[in-house]
Ligand binder design. Structure first.
Ligand code: AKG
Ligand code: FE2
Length: 304
């Protein structure tokens, strides 16, 4: 990666901040409705989920104010060969864009990975990384299949933990989201047109080698639903997922707090309010052999 690219990556992040009017820091609370509802869900009235006993396949990766759960080697099939063929299907989707450019202080920067995005019925509009009005066609079959699997895995885990009255303080899920997944679960037997869904948007990232990366950022656009998590799925080579605080420390630094290796078939779920407190990114790692495709499923509020 050249210094110019590094610079672009860094600046793109600060530019995003300006463009979307984000405020950073644990002590700063936004003024829009989504942020208000986050604030109103106090820790005490959230359902606590324990990753123990029957739910032991899920690891608890939470940081303070950053609830996260992780399930290894499962999405896309238990067998590596099944996941490999799913990854090939992703790779040959027709909508990849490997030349995404954006302007930073008058300079043109190119995104160092290829990306594409899909949404429910092609009706969802979402802007990120300073890019606006990006078209997001209807979910192709392979993305829809993985979306359903991710929703089921997550829903069953959370409902199971709730039914077992798990009471660890590690993991907090808002009552609003628990109500939502109960409704989604109940609607699974309904005719296809009237089924509810958790996620209505998917962003795919293809890192073709260890030099392709994603700089530190938060996924806290106001168009994202405040109570819903972001579910991130990985296929292919293992890449590190780095986490650091949004706020600088006394020395003016933001030091890395955690590094989670994300491998083939892994599912990482980030719950609110994680995006208010932490940034995450995929660093350059030249020694990585092979490519990785990542899917992040989101719930966007604005539907066209
Ligand atoms: O590739 C990854 O695991 C990170 C993806 C991500 O953070 C994003 O799409 O916002
Ligand atoms: Fe992200």
């Amino acid at each position: 990666m050249s210094d110019f690219d590094k610079n672009c990556a860094r600046k793109s992040h600060s530019r995003q901040t300006t463009l979307l009017g984000w405020k950073r820091g644990a002590d700063v609370v936004g003024t829009d409705e989504s942020k208000k509802s986050k604030r109103d869900s106090s820790t005490s009235d959230r359902l606590s989920i324990e990753s123990g006993s029957r739910n032991s396949l899920w690891e608890n990766k939470s940081l303070p104010n950053g609830p996260m759960i992780l399930l290894r080697n499962t999405v896309g099939g238990i067998k590596a060969s099944e996941r490999q063929s799913t990854k090939s299907e992703f790779s040959s989707l027709p909508d990849w864009n490997d030349n995404v450019t954006f302007q930073i202080f008058g300079k043109e920067c190119r995104m160092r990975r290829r990306v594409c995005q899909y949404s429910s019925g092609g009706n969802v509009s979402y802007s990120y990384s300073g890019l606006k009005n990006i078209s997001a066609p209807n979910f192709p079959g392979v993305v829809y299949r993985i979306k359903c699997q991710v929703e089921d895995l997550m829903m069953n885990h959370l409902l199971d933990a709730a039914a077992n009255h798990s009471n660890s303080m590690h993991m907090h899920v808002s009552p609003e989201f628990m109500d939502e997944i109960k409704a989604v679960k109940e609607s699974r037997d309904a005719p296809i047109g009237s089924r509810r869904e958790i996620f209505n948007y998917c962003l795919l990232n293809h890192y073709r080698n260890g030099e392709e990366y994603m700089s530190y950022h938060t996924d806290d656009e106001s168009s994202l639903h405040a109570n819903f998590p972001i579910a991130s799925v990985s296929f292919g080579s293992t890449r590190n997922f780095d986490i650091r605080p949004r706020n600088k420390d006394e020395a003016g630094k933001k030091s890395r707090l955690d590094r989670i290796p994300l491998g083939d078939g892994d599912l990482l779920v980030m719950f609110p309010p994680m995006q208010e407190y932490y940034e995450h990114g995929i660093p350059v790692e030249k020694r990585v052999v092979g490519d990785r495709i990542n899917l992040t499923f989101r719930r966007v509020r604005k539907v066209k």
